[in-house]
Design a protein around this ligand. Structure first.
Ligand code: ATP
Length: 367
């Protein structure tokens, strides 16, 4: 359906039919190839994809550092092509933070407010609120070349949030941090987004980070948006093979469609076994397809199961065990099962095993 006026108000940023080409003629590179996304107000929205897929380019277009070759960027329904970056109610946190090293934490956070010509009293009050939000009150007078990476990250955020932008763009802001700090900052960032109600557009190539932080995710590849949805949608109902493969681990099985009824297909696997799998519209009987099954939706069994093969490897992870099975069809299949406190999974390399796929776990995708 066509968007109504009421819905438009809830859209903070809309990219409409964006093409961004670098260079001219046949050698031009299409960094973005007809991208359309709508980012809602108060949303934690993530652009996720491998290096070079166009995430940063899209962010730079929204910020106004680049202009689209075709298409438009709308802010609350208005085309903002004519607005230079500093006039857009949009701020950016860069991967490098770009703090002023010779200024204190306090001065860094106050900087944007001073540029806007705010009164001294307003600045004092606002900086105090921001430093509290990022838990940096105690280091307010420290120079920013004398703080840690995680602290610098928080100062950069406070500085970007201080002028109350409508939208905050974040380009891989956590990539410089070590694993543990990154995990902490993921939760902190989510909290700050909740508390401020500002729309966050977050860029990452880390699928786990995207899943844990986002309200919605746009998965990108080679200048295109392949799927937009909640973390659950993206993980559980991947639109295609690329998304299924990029988001978490997945098993791929070759198959052909036998019959389709009410969104459920019977498919024949390479081994000749028939299984049921959910299927989207647009498939026909006899289509060659790929069936995907998440490793945690299958388990290895001594007897029975829809698939059979022999154990290639058993990898213990503390909370769970990953069992790699070479199926009789020659395909590799991984199951991931929770560990019991009292016994091991009971399989060793070379054992014969069956694979039991959970009901509704198999999904048909285009080959
Ligand atoms: P990364 O995660 O590595 O930052 P990305 O998804 O953000 O990657 P972009 O930086 O948007 O990707 O780049 C998309 C494509 O456009 C890449 O192939 C890149 O080389 C190209 N590109 C980006 N900026 C320019 C430019 N100014 N001139 C020419 N090509 C560019």
């Amino acid at each position: 359906p066509e968007p109504t006026g009421a819905d438009d108000k809830r859209i903070a940023i809309e990219a409409r039919g964006i093409v961004k080409a670098f260079g001219q003629g046949p050698s031009a590179l299409r960094a973005l190839d007809n991208v359309s996304v709508s980012i809602r107000e108060n949303e934690f929205f993530t652009l996720l994809g491998p290096s070079g897929c166009g995430k940063t380019t899209l962010l730079r277009l929204i910020a106004g550092f680049e202009y689209p070759t075709e298409g438009a960027i709308l802010l609350h329904g208005d085309d903002i092509a004519g607005l230079p970056p500093f006039k857009r109610p949009i701020n950016t946190v860069f991967q490098s933070y770009a703090l002023f090293p010779h200024l204190t934490v306090w001065e860094n956070v106050a900087f944007g407010l001073q540029m806007l010509g705010k009164s001294k009293a307003d600045i004092e009050a606002r900086v105090a609120v921001m430093l509290k939000l990022v838990h940096m009150e105690e280091l307010a007078q420290r120079r920013t070349d004398q703080i840690s990476g995680g602290q610098a990250q928080r100062v950069a955020l406070a500085r970007a949030l201080a002028p109350s932008p409508k939208v905050l763009l974040l380009d891989e802001p956590l990539s410089a941090l070590d694993y543990k700090l990154r995990k902490e900052m993921q939760i902190e960032l989510k909290r700050m987004q909740n508390e401020t109600g500002i729309t966050f557009v977050f860029v990452t190539h880390d699928q786990e980070e995207a899943l844990t932080m986002s309200d919605r995710i746009a998965v990108m590849s080679r200048g295109k948006v392949l799927q937009v949805g909640s973390p659950w949608d993206i993980y559980d109902k991947p639109a295609d093979r690329f998304v299924a493969d990029f988001i978490g681990e997945t098993n791929f099985l070759k198959a052909s469609v036998v019959s389709i009824e009410n969104g459920v297909a019977r498919v024949m696997l390479a081994s000749g076994t028939e299984i049921v799998a959910t299927i989207a519209e647009g498939f026909q009987p006899r289509d060659s397809v790929t069936v995907v099954v998440r490793p945690e939706h299958a388990r290895a069994v001594q007897q029975g199961g829809q698939l059979s093969g022999s154990i290639e490897n058993v990898v213990y992870f503390g909370t769970d065990t990953h069992i790699h099975i070479k199926l009789d069809s020659g395909e590799l299949f991984t199951v991931r099962q929770q560990n019991s406190r009292t016994q091991s999974c009971g399989f060793k390399v070379g054992d014969r095993a069956g694979v039991e796929i959970a009901p509704d776990a198999a999904q048909v995708l285009r080959d």
